[in-house]
Design a binder for this molecule. Sequence first.
Ligand SMILES: [Zn+2]
Length: 89
Amino acid sequence: MTIPEIKQNLSITTVLAYYGLSVNGNNRMCCPFHNDTKPSMEVYPKSDTVFCFSSNCEAHGKPIDVIDFVMHQEKLSKHEAILKCKSLL
Ligand SMILES: [Zn+2]
């Protein structure tokens, strides 16, 4: 399975649910990658990405796709994150 196939088949909402993370009605949630006191992370179901708006965050400044999310969440290498995403499919 290729990376585009993983991204096509694994939705960000599946990944968030897997980690028990809940999204509010405005598609916002507290960022799991920094100490977030307000929901700084926006979820984009259409592109299956998230974006953290806090400049205090290591994940700030670029869209995070499902593979990057798993990588940050579990502190994995990219390769390990790809394998983990495959296992979630
Ligand atoms: Zn963050």
